[in-house]
Design a protein around this ligand. Sequence first.
Ligand code: NAD
Length: 518
Amino acid sequence: MTQKIISRNPATGEILRELDPTPQDSLPGVFTKAKAVQAPWTALSLKKRATYLLQLREALVNQADEIAALISRENGKPEFEALSAEILPCLDMLTHFAERAPQLLRDQPIPLRTAKHRKSYLNYWPVGVVAVISPWNFPFMLPFAEILMAVVAGNAVIFKPSEATPLVGLKIQELFGLAGFPQDLLQTIVGDGTLGAALVRQKPDKIFFTGSVATGKRIAAAAAENLVPVNLELGGKDPMIVLPDADLDYATSAALWGGFMNSGQACASVERLLVHESIAKPFIDKLKEKMTQLRVSGSGEAFDLGPATLESQKEIYARHISEARQKGATFELGGDFSADQRHLKPTLVTGPGIEELSIYNEETFGPVIALTTFKTVSEAVAKANRSIYGLHASIMSRDTQLAETMAKQLEFGTVLINEVAYTAGLGETPWGGVKHSGIGRSHADIGLYEFVHVRHIQKPRASFLVFKSWWWFPYSPYQKTLFRIWLELYRKSGIARLRALSHFLWNLVQFLKNEKRI
Ligand code: NAD
């Protein structure tokens, strides 16, 4: 018997629903339907496709409260975060891509330097059927943004939400129906990693994966078998650098939100704090004071931190913490679980050997900040870059010029100065990482282009401009001389180029008089 997919409320353990997983042998049929609906969808004009995004926006606003409550129930995050960091970004992205996609995806001319008698342009066409495989930590915003970019670019989508948050996934499906999208343009399948692997084996035209590095590697390897292109949005161990001139109140608030929003279960959460040694003591004191004010779910109506969404996350927290304790790290605050075992208390860990520990180097993905210090700007940059990850980094300083110079030395897909993480929810700016944080970009112009192929088309400017090219057969001495002079047109000196041009024109006339292309 196939195992049910069980949706639970992580704050209470209550079962929300048990779902039958999508049978693997139904996948060929799912692809057939996707291909059938994709052809007429692509034939619609870009403007028409964009209007569907605006219909979807309306459907989303209509259901915003209900969806926020569902996200909170299934993932555990506060409803406020569901509204502000999941639903609002989607509304913004729908608006952005409805406006921008028709401009970005229409034919783009390419100016030609030499072949002036011809005209080149780029023409985009959708990749076809896109597989979107997503995690549980931002179960709405992450797949929603990818799906909307995919469909406006003319693709059909097969979407596999995380097995931990299937109801949020199915809600996205429902919204597409309400917005009037053609049936089957988006198809949501429910299941765990084995269904994800089966989806990959079906050779979608593109895989857009968000999740862990381990799964990302597995998907990339499986996709390589069929040369299926993949976009990988993977993990992070994001540093925040605090320079000595930073406003302590501002910087500690930024670190607090950056480290503990979504209970630290964010690819972009601040997991490493690099603080200048001269301000480390007051910084730690202030941050601790603010951390004690954070309210966890279960402590009343309003709360700032939800529970750990998954049991398996708690095992990672426990492993990192126990190693840190054994190796003598200093727990400034936290390091233990709440009485009901659902929350790891907000944790700040530091100490001289911290940089060697898993808690500082591996993704903890929880309410844990590992803090170290630095003496010089170059040391801060080197320490920040010393990581297998490269997703997002932040710098706190009043000297934005210095911060900008540092930003250009940081090996990360995003660097924010005096802000943290929030651009992951913007439509206009790209998101994605380097090193083990992934391949490719999501959102923004560059992200939209991930969902299309590009073809270069070239044609004569006018039909009378069609003549046999000078480099065609037969090869002859006249032809060789002409081309040899052509090389002289690339000389640095203007006079030499002018001389070469007159030479070139004279030889061109000789060539045309004496030669016939076969
Ligand atoms: P995960 O890798 O365990 O699972 C992600 C998805 O992949 C799930 O839907 C899962 O069912 C599926 N999956 C598992 N094995 C598969 C396989 N062999 N083939 C195909 N699909 C398979 O990740 P998670 O625990 O759900 O998410 C947490 C991770 O996601 C963290 O590492 C976090 O940093 C990362 N993340 C990255 C970003 C980003 O934008 N870079 C955003 C959010 C989360």
